[in-house]
Design a protein around this ligand. Sequence first.
Ligand code: DOR
Length: 436
Amino acid sequence: MNRRPGEPAELVIRHAHVLDPATGLDGVRDVRLSSGRIAEVGEGLRGARELDADGLHLFPGFVDVHAHWRTPGREDEETIESGSAAAAAGGFTGVVMMPNTDPIVDRPVIVSGLVRRIEQESRVRARVSAALHVGLAGERLTEMRLLREAGAFCVSDDGLGTASAGVLRNGMLYARSAGLPVILHCEDHSLATGVVHDGVAASLAGLPGSPASAEDAATATALVLAAETGAKVHITHVSTALSAALVGFFKRRADVTADTTPHHLTLTDDLVSTLEGLYRVNPPLRPDEDRAGVEGALQSGVLDFVATDHAPHASEEKELPLEEAAPGFLGHETAFAALYTELVLGARLSLSRLVEAMGCAPGRWVGEGGSLAVGSPADLTLVDLSEEWTVGRGTLISRSSNSPFLGRRLTGRVVGTIVGGELVHDRTGARFGARA
Ligand code: DOR
């Protein structure tokens, strides 16, 4: 992480509305950060360096367990510097980087090289997911113990489903013995033969669809194997009502957690009628029944948290007809505002549950942050809930601009992101100063 030389070790954030579902805090407080940790939460705190947060909300830093920073190999689309700046702009203090890069992160030397670059180039805490299978080919397992020693945090073949249940079962057993969690992209490629969700919108648009069963069958298999092997399994980007219900059924039967994305919570497959490649994503946008099922599962906690699947793509890969475009959406910078605008202001999700789903629960999952309890890492997100803004190419920090929210007016904007007590994203302007 970039450390600014001479940065004072202490900061008092004054008069913020502190909302931390992990500790039950919900009210105007001052927060003292010292030596990278939360030192004190109270009233009337003063310090040599103060940030006036009057009118702003302060949350535990958001954590995104699903980020494609395209490094190594596609630095034209994203780098560790640009991806981490985009994450910080979205209030994320930590991420997990996915291994579908070029070369693929399937060898210890690639993991250790990435870990070193993260230390130098990332503004936020970035963890490395190594591949579960060599070349993401779903055949030969990677050397998970060596990958862990090299610094891998977890394993995943994200971007692809696993070729066979037998291979996946072996992968879970090895990951368990290596002490690594597994993040699973559940997709049965024998069923997923289309480019959008197979439904009315696909038929009207004349586009080849993939049935929901492509996700549901793979999710069911993964859950059964997780229950049997005892592996720590996280199912990412759940997008159907049935897959969410299956996760619920297995919650007490397996060591399983799951997330869904801001886009699957707020957008539907109606957008395929535009025929624009911008709206191609995997898993695809679904009909409103699925969107509502996933939303209900997030509300109830069956789906533990939100992850963005931040997937930058060059414009020449997205400004194409849907069938030809690369799947994926940017996610970091719009996640909070999209969910706050649609779900919280739409009275469908409480602000507290949103903060829990973006900060506390994924923070617990990665084992760091997620709470403003004294002694916790000073990872915080400062938000102006009243600011309205329009998502545009000019507002995006990412190197790419494939956001499905382009042109949308959103409410709620991250104004400051603090990692280890340091402001790594700062739109606080004149609020920041020394005590007179
Ligand atoms: O839409 C997607 N894009 N889904 C994935 O699982 C992978 C991602 C990417 O890497 O572009």
